[in-house]
Design a protein around this ligand. Structure first.
Ligand code: NOJ
Length: 757
């Protein structure tokens, strides 16, 4: 591969009026020289022949003819070395210049080896593990011909009604940024021309998680102060980690849809952040600007390319209107050349311009996909994603020879184990909980009953089942299901009830206004608790749920999300204590939907109440609920107990480049070995703009044998304390900072230090 790059100095990108130094690649420049305007526009066209899940109402037509004509820059929904070779041959052997295609895919939480949903993976707080999941996903996907991934999704999400919270890392910008970095590094590796790495796309730029009312694709209206401090950091972290492409979001920002927003795609992304890759639209999001009220197809396509969007996913507005727009002077040819250059540079980075068939190695799938090692990792991650929410029954971990009544609509299910957005996975390969318990606990006695439907509501089930059956309403009546379950329960020593959401009750276009466990299952849970036998609720969901009622019951609750292909084995590992739960929530769980949005870093207001639980008139509180979440960000229990000493700081104040160290001693005082996520939060007491009530600044995951103590140290510099002020300058202001270190965000401040000029 040619590695000589020419620095051509200042290039004027007309249409975007960006003045920037750009490094150019001779191979790409030679190609561009030869290309007609139509061929350049062809590179900006991304199609899907419909092999995957169509996330809009359109599927591309005549893809083959268009590839041969040089009208396609990339496709998605095509996989396997043979099919990808075929697609590449269409382009390489038939189109005039033989430029190979980008082969995209949504590899969101694993390729064929499906890991837990991303919100679950983030609950591990283990960046090395998260990176490994991305590495394995890249190895498997590239073995199957994919060279471009539409992941990670890093949208900050503070509204659990929104179904897509399942796909991200939750509510916090600092944690979200760490996860974004780990995933980009995992997918892309050190060298994109290596056959096991693929281009990564950070999405959805930007603010998609702030859709009003938690309704997907809805409008967003947000101050720049909030954007910069709370919502943009994960996208920026991905850019800083070298992400190759950025996908725009469906929502508007300051009144202009992201796909046509020049401030977002050029001023911020390229000029401020220095992004050098390419920008791709979301599925028909360019065309959707017509419905947003931005003009006809020609107008919105011109708006998008002039804003800095390089590739049009499925909509074909670029293909059908850009030439006309150039002729009419609405778009400059230079703008189109710049966009085409970015796509060709990505192909060059992958090594495709040297060898179009490098991802078409027929021997790889067998060697690289769904290996024992990969499945082992999926099992490990699923166990580390789980969060122990409550241990009032005190029955966990179970004895190896326990007499278990395994009950619930998700207890012997395969269809829902992979979770949302696992189109490349195969649910038939997933391990149901019943099977997992039998595998892992051969000496246990297990009797199973379904007990209830996921939901009894036929219309709701039909909506959820849009992509295939997830909620199957039993022919038996709910009364008979319950009676059978109670019989099984009464004959056992312990009840394990696997309940919660079907996989497609969360995810894209799966928003809920009621985030409780469906009534059919709540009834079952009440009846099981009333048997007086110890009950473990194994809870599955793609989002935070309102479990206020279940938190009142004397049960153990283990949140396992949708755990992926190794679901049953991982859950059994947790139940019997082969792994002691260590996950911590990355999104707050509310008392009720009425509290939304609720997140740990909320500002204090000018009228804070006397305490979280005490009501006071003319204070900022509710008559009928506390202000804070039912289960806060950072929360999660263990089979053992951890005690924290009071954290101390080695310097009273810092200035200039100095840093200080905050230390705490953590002791495992319980009866099991375990892991704990030790979290440091600060509060900037005086700022020129109102600060968050607390902010996660650092964390470390440690492992402690029973009885063992460890000192955990966090080094904090002025850089770590910076924020964007009203002028959007990244600054630290002198003054007092409070801090605490704990295993949750819900804690009092215990110490402070000063930052001086
Ligand atoms: C729509 C989704 O918003 C996006 O995340 C995904 O990558 C595309 N569809 C392609 O499937």
């Amino acid at each position: 591969m040619r590695k000589i790059y020419l620095l051509l100095g200042l290039i004027i990108c007309t249409g975007t009026s960006v003045l920037q130094a750009q490094t150019q690649i001779p191979e790409v420049e030679e190609l561009l020289e030869k290309m007609t305007l139509e061929e350049k526009i062809g590179q900006l066209n991304l199609l899907t022949p419909g092999g995957g899940v169509a996330t809009g109402s359109v599927v591309s037509e005549d893809v083959e003819t268009k590839i041969k004509a040089g009208n396609v820059g990339g496709v998605f929904g095509v996989s396997s070395p043979a099919k990808v070779r075929q697609a590449q041959e269409l382009a390489v052997k038939n189109s005039r210049l033989g430029i190979p295609l980008l082969i995209g895919s949504d590899v969101i939480h694993g390729y064929k080896t499906t890991f837990p949903i991303p919100l679950g993976i983030s609950a591990s707080w283990d960046m090395e593990l998260i990176k490994q999941t991305a590495q394995v996903a890249a190895k498997e996907a590239t073995a199957d011909g994919i060279n471009w991934n539409f992941s990670p999704m890093v949208d900050i999400a503070r509204d659990p009604r929104w179904g897509r919270v399942a796909e991200g890392a939750g509510e916090d910008p600092y944690l979200g940024a760490q996860v974004a970095k780990a995933m980009v590094e995992g997918y892309q590796g050190e060298d994109l021309s290596q056959p096991h790495t693929m281009l990564s796309t950070v999405k959805h730029m930007a603010l998609y998680g702030a859709a009003e009312g938690g309704r997907d694709y809805n409008s967003v209206d947000m101050s720049k102060i909030r954007m910069y401090n709370q919502y943009l950091p994960p996208y920026k972290a991905a850019v800083d980690a070298g992400v190759s492409s950025v996908m725009t979001s469906f929502n508007d920002i300051h009144g202009v849809p992201a796909s046509g927003n020049k401030w977002l795609l050029t001023d911020l992304l390229r000029e401020e952040w220095g992004f050098e890759g390419f920008v791709v639209s979301d599925y028909t999001s360019v065309n959707e600007m017509i419905a947003h009220g931005m003009g006809d197809l020609q107008a919105v396509s011109a708006l998008a390319i002039n804003a800095g969007l390089d590739m049009d996913m499925v909509g074909e507005g670029f293909l059908t209107t850009l030439k006309k727009s150039v002729e009419e002077g609405m778009v400059s040819e230079e703008t189109i050349t710049t966009a085409a250059r970015r796509i060709l540079e990505a192909k060059h980075k992958l090594g495709l311009l040297d060898d179009p068939y490098r991802y078409s190695d027929e021997s790889r799938p067998e060697k690289d996909i769904l290996t024992d090692e990969n499945r082992e990792l999926a099992r490990k991650v699923a166990a580390r994603a789980a969060v122990l929410l409550k241990k009032d029954a005190g029955v966990l971990p179970l004895k190896e020879n326990a007499n278990i009544a395994l009950i619930g609509p998700l207890a012997n299910d395969q269809r829902n184990m992979l979770g949302t957005w696992a189109p490349t996975g195969d649910f038939k390969l997933s391990i149901p909980v019943l099977e997992g318990i039998k595998n892992v606990m051969p000496h246990a006695k297990v009797t199973y009953a379904k007990g209830a439907n996921i939901s009894d509501d036929a219309q709701f089930a039909e909506n959820v089942n849009a992509l295939g059956p997830r909620i199957i309403i039993s022919e038996e009546s709910p009364e008979d299901l319950l009676e059978e379950a109670l019989e099984v329960a009464n004959a056992a020593d312990v009840i394990v009830a696997v309940v919660g959401e079907a996989s497609e009750m969360s995810g894209e276009s799966s928003n809920r206004t009621d985030i409780r466990i469906p009534e059919s299952q709540k009834k079952l849970i009440r009846e099981l608790a009333a048997t007086g036998r110890p009950v473990v609720l194994v809870l599955m969901s793609g989002r935070p749920l309102d479990i206020s009622e279940e938190m009142q019951l004397p049960v153990d609750i283990l949140q396992v999300w949708h755990p992926g292909v190794e679901a049953g084995n991982a859950i059994a590992d947790l139940l019997v204590g082969n792994y002691n739960p260590s996950g911590k929530l990355t999104m707050s769980w509310p008392h009720s939907v009425g509290q939304i949005p609720v997140y740990y870093s909320m500002k204090t207001t000018g009228r804070p109440g006397p305490s979280d639980t005490e009501f006071q008139k003319f204070k900022s509180n509710y008559l009928d609920a506390p202000n804070s979440a039912l289960l806060p960000f950072g929360y999660g229990l263990s089979y053992t107990e951890f005690e924290y000493s009071e954290a101390s700081v080695n310097e009273e104040s810092i200035s200039g480049d100095e840093s200080l160290t905050i230390s705490v001693e953590v002791t495992n005082t319980g009866d099991h070995d375990g892991e704990e996520v030790v979290q440091l939060y600060t509060h900037d007491k005086v700022r020129s703009i109102t600060p968050p009530g607390k902010e996660l600044k650092a964390f470390k995951k440690i492992s402690l044998k029973k009885g063992e103590s460890k000192t955990v140290e966090f080094e904090i510099s002025r850089e770590d304390l910076k924020f964007y002020n009203a002028d959007l300058k990244y600054v630290v202001e002198p003054g007092e900072f409070e801090f605490f270190v704990a295993g949750t965000s819900n804690h009092e401040f215990t110490g402070s230090f000063e930052v001086t000029e």
